[in-house]
Design a protein around this ligand. Structure first.
Ligand code: COA
Length: 153
C-alpha cells in the first residue's frame, strides 16, 4: 500500500529531492542547479513511499502572495503545486493523483482557496482530468515547454 507523508525532517526532504533528481534531472535533462531552488526552503514537501518503504514520488507546496504570476488576478495567497514526480516504474498506479490530492488537502487546511501550477505541456491532460484549467501562453522553463494552470479548491 502506498503511503504519502509530509516530510517532517531535513532527511525526509532529501528523499523528495532524490526522487526529483532522478525524474527531472536524470530522465528529463533539467539542469541540476535549477532543480533544487530557493522555493524549496519554505515549501511543504510530500513523499510517496511504496509498500517496501522506498520513496517513489514527490511534490511540493509553496504559498505564494496574491497576484503571483501563476494566478495574476488572485486577491488572496495562492497554493503553488510543483515538482510533481513519480519514478518511472511506479507510474500509472494512481500515485500522481494521490500526491496532487495530498497537496490540495494541505493547501485547504491552510485556508488557501486556489491552486496554481506550471504544467509541462506533455502533462496538461493529466491535470485537466483533475479539474485544472490552462491559461496564458506557453513558456519555457528549464528547457521544457510549460503553461500555467489553476483550480479553485
Ligand atoms: C505526470 C506524473 C506525475 C503522473 O504520475 P502517475 O503516478 O503516473 O499518474 P497516475 O497513475 O495518478 O495517473 C492518473 C491518470 O492520468 C494519466 N496520465 C498520467 N500521465 C499523464 C500525462 N502526462 N498526460 C496525460 N495523462 C496522463 C494516467 O494514464 C492515468 O489515467 P487512467 O486513470 O485512465 O489510468 C508522472 O508521469 C511523472 O512523474 N512524469 C514525469 C515528471 C512530470 O512530467 N511531472 C509533471 C511535471 S508538470
Amino acid at each position: 500500500m502506498t503511503d504519502i507523508r509530509l516530510a517532517g525532517t531535513p532527511a525526509e526532504v532529501l528523499l523528495a529531492y532524490a526522487v526529483r533528481i532522478e525524474v527531472f534531472v536524470d530522465e528529463q535533462g533539467v539542469p541540476r542547479d535549477l532543480e533544487i531552488d530557493e522555493l524549496d526552503d519554505s515549501a511543504d514537501h510530500f513523499v510517496a513511499y511504496d509498500d517496501a518503504g522506498v520513496p517513489v514520488g514527490a511534490a511540493r507546496l509553496v504559498v505564494e502572495p496574491a497576484g503571483f504570476e501563476g494566478a495574476p488576478s488572485s486577491t488572496a495567497p495562492v497554493g503553488h503545486l510543483g515538482r510533481l514526480a513519480v519514478l518511472e516504474p511506479a507510474r500509472g498506479t494512481g500515485l500522481g493523483v494521490q500526491l496532487v490530492q495530498a497537496i490540495e488537502r494541505r493547501a485547504a487546511s491552510q485556508g488557501l482557496d486556489l491552486i496554481a501550477l506550471s504544467a509541462q505541456t506533455q502533462a496538461l491532460g493529466f491535470y485537466q482530468r483533475l479539474g485544472y484549467v490552462a491559461h496564458g501562453p506557453e513558456f519555457d522553463d528549464a528547457g521544457l515547454p510549460h503553461r500555467w494552470m489553476t483550480r479553485p479548491l
